[in-house]
Each structure stands twice: as structure tokens, then as C-alpha cells.
Design a protein around this ligand. Sequence first.
Ligand code: NDP
Length: 495
Amino acid sequence: ANGRPQISASFRDVAIDGAPSEDGSPDQGGSTVSITVVGASGDLAKKKIFPALFALYYEDCLPEHFTVFGYARSKMSDEELRNMISLTLTCRIDQRENCSDKMEQFLKRCFYQSGQYNSEEGFSELDRKLKEKEAGKVPNRLFYLSIPPNIFVDVVRSASRTASSQDGWTRFIVEKPFGRDSESSGELTRNLKKYLAEEQIFRIDHYLGKELVENLSVLRFSNLVFEPLWSRNYIRNVQLIFSEDFGTEGRGGYFDNYGIIRDIMQNHLLQILALFAMETPVSLDAEDIRNEKVKVLRSMRRLRLEDVVVGQYKGHSKGGKTYPAYVDDPTVPSGSITPTFAAAALFIDNARWDGFRRVPGNLYGRRSVGGGSELDKATNELVLRVQPDEAIYLKINSKVPGLGMRLDSSDLNLLYSERYHAEIPDAYERLLLDAIEGERRLFIRSDELDAAWAIFTPVLADLEAKKVAPELYPYGSRGPVGAHYLAANYNVRWG
Ligand code: NDP
């Protein structure tokens, strides 16, 4: 629309769960979508969900008839909700254009209902208001649970009983954490499934909505040059690196309960690994892709204590500035041994990946000069930089111009900011749009979740039972030295 890039070519208004329109075909103009953000007063709702909904509206990706509701315990009028939301809406898509008109139109479609999370009354009242807005159209309802996990089941119970759509679909987006180990995750799944069918549960992992993560499959499966190399035969090792240059900054209470393995590795990084390592799916259909992800996750060895290094940042001073230790955060219990860093060696025991090989002989590797080691010069490195500064680049060896024979490592470079001038959508935009459209490819199925927890649960139990003390490393550094030793055990240079 308006010559701006579209996230999706068109909105497919198809009822997937619940009853479709009578002839089963897309309902033309007779349906409506209501999006209820449960926990609307919270941080995630303000920071990500409302802005993503506005961006979708701005790009004409939402259906013609839609309504947004906020639901939480806090008392607020519709107007107060609108004021709150308007503080975080930005015209990021097209800075030049004044989008205040669009903002105003969007805010007019936003309403608020206050209520308890375990209260059928609250959700019945919401149902009544939703019906008013739906005005006789086929109602489709999406609930986004932007709330602490201990109240997921309460909300699903109350909302599914009293505010489900009778004629259209009803879907629930659930945010991590999905439990803290295999057992609690299994219990959460069982409880959710008392009230919902698996097809109604959209477990979000917002990393899957990131542009580069989406591009990983395109890179693999639509470039003949890579796929034949994508195995133990030609790949020496794969490193997934997630680093942040800030501390918990007041979020220590939440974090301390989970630690970095649960917060980042078991979900975001493992999801990327699964997409990286899975076999070619039969099709791009969500079930085919998720089947392959489950297979590769189930082929992975359970992580052992000796293959993990945990660390925790300590305070230090640099350039006249003092950085606090993790345990200095007032929201962190004193003496906490929760890891803020972890490095783990993971193995996939299948025909494609079992047993990495050294790089086959390289004529030039043996006579490398110019500062790097032999290994550097004999290998290539393919880097997918998910964020920031999205990029894909391949480090290749090339001859330095001149009469001698000196090799140099240079990059075949796809830097997104240079190649693509369109704004990259936020992951939440992609995922919300997919949930509305019933596209499940980027959401986690329950068997995927089980397989992911099975890899990490034993080591988490060991770390906790043995009270393994994390290695301290300075705030802002790349982690403890133990990570290098772990990599060296497998003849890998880390980082
Ligand atoms: P908040 O802590 O801000 O909680 C959201 C809302 O839930 C609050 O505004 C509050 O609303 C209600 N609430 C908070 N604590 C309780 C409680 N103990 N009992 C009942 N209601 C409570 O959470 P976030 O917005 O930060 O996150 C929401 C979900 O998303 C969580 O599951 C979180 O783990 C997940 N998440 C968050 C991310 C983030 O960046 N913030 C990133 C990834 C995931 P009221 O009092 O008005 O009812």
C-alpha cells in the first residue's frame, strides 16, 4: 500500500480452527478479528505488542474489521489505555511521513477491560464487549498472554470458557517461559490442553520471527552452492553466539529464577540450531518443517555437565566507570549462583552431523602467511549475524595482489543495510500476523518443546543439585576463560 513494502502480500482471512465460513472458503468481508492483549498494562505489551499491531495496521496487513482490547487487573478507561499505548507507538516505518492520522485511527480501535485473570466474570464482560464490536460478523478471536507464566492456565481456563468465539476461530499466543524443565513444561502443556486443542496454542519464540532466522532456510534450501556442503563432511563446527553488553538492570528477579540456559539457550538458540541442522522438509508447510525440527532435536545428545561451562559477571571498573556485579542488582538474591553466561558443546547423532571432520587438505593452508594461523587460512567461515546490523557473510581466502603469494581472508558480504533499504519488521509483527493468518510455521509445537527440554533438563538438574559455582568474568567481557578450554577439548577455537 502507498508504495511501501508489504510484510505480506495480502491478508488471508481464513478461519482455520473453529468453524470456517459455511462453504469452507475464505469469508469475504463477513468476518472480524479481535485481538485481546492480556496483561496490557505490562512491559512487553507496551514495548512490543501494541507497537507491532500498529505497524501491521500501518502497513495494511490487518483485516478490514479488527478490534484491539487490553485486559489486565489495573483500572483504566479506554482513553487511558489509548494514552498509554500512544507513548510507545512510533512511525518507524516511514519517518518522513506524518503518520499521526493513522495512529489516531488505530487508537480508536483500541479498548480496555479490567478484570482478574482467574475470573470468568471479567472475561464474560470482555465477551459482551467483543460481541458489540463484532456486530454480527463471524468473530475470530486472538488472545495474547503477555503475563507471568504462573497465571497462563487461569487465563486460558476463564477465557476459553467464557470468551471463545462460537462461530470463528479462537487462538492463544503464549510467551516463554514454557516451564523450567521437562516436568513443569509437560504439566503446563497438559493443563493448557484441558481447555485448548494444540492447533489453538501458538507458543511464541520471537527469535523465529527475526529476518535473518527466516533467511536461514532460504539460504540453505534455495542456494545449491551451500546444501551439498551442509554436513559433517565439510563443516568443522557451528557456533551460536548470543551476547549482550548490559546487565540485568532491575530484571534480576525474573532472571534469577531461570538463568541464561533457560532464558536463551533452551529456546532461542536451540530453535536456530534446529533450523540450521534439520533435514530438508517435504514442503514449506508448518507441519513438515516442525516434523524435521523435532527429528533433529530428538537426535541430539542430552547435554552433560562436563560439556557445560557456567559463568556469572562480576563488577569491574573501566575508563573511570564502575560496572556492577550481577549480585549487586538489588532484585537478585545475595549469594546467587545463577549463571549469566553459559557455553555448551552440543552433539547431533545423526548421519548428517555425527562426527565433524577436519578440513580436507588445502594446498595453501600449509604455507599460510600474514598473521593468521594455518587453520584460519585453510577454512572458510559463514556468518549469519542475526542482530544487530543484520548480515550474511562468507570469509574466503584470496591472494593479496602482488608478486608474492600471500593469502588474505576477505568477506563475500551481504550487509542488509546496504543491500535492502526497506525497514526490517520487528519479529513481533511477523509473528502476530502469522497467528492471525493461522500460519504455524514459526510457532513451537508441544513435541518440539518436549524434545528441547529433554536436551537440557538433566544438566540443569545436575547444576542445581551440585550447586555448581559459576566462573566469574568481568561485566561486559566475552565470558570466562573456561569456555575456551571447553572448546579446546573438541579442537575448536571458540568465539
Ligand atoms: P510484567 O511483569 O510486566 O506483567 C504483565 C502484567 O501482568 C502486569 O502489568 C500486571 O498487570 C500483570 N502481573 C504482573 N505480575 C503479576 C502477578 N504476580 N500476578 C498476576 N498478575 C501479574 O511482564 P512482561 O510484560 O514483562 O512480560 C509478559 C510475559 O512475556 C511474561 O511471561 C514474560 O516472561 C514474557 N516475556 C517478556 C519479555 C519482555 O521483554 N518484557 C520478553 C520475552 C518474554 P495488572 O497488575 O494490571 O494485572
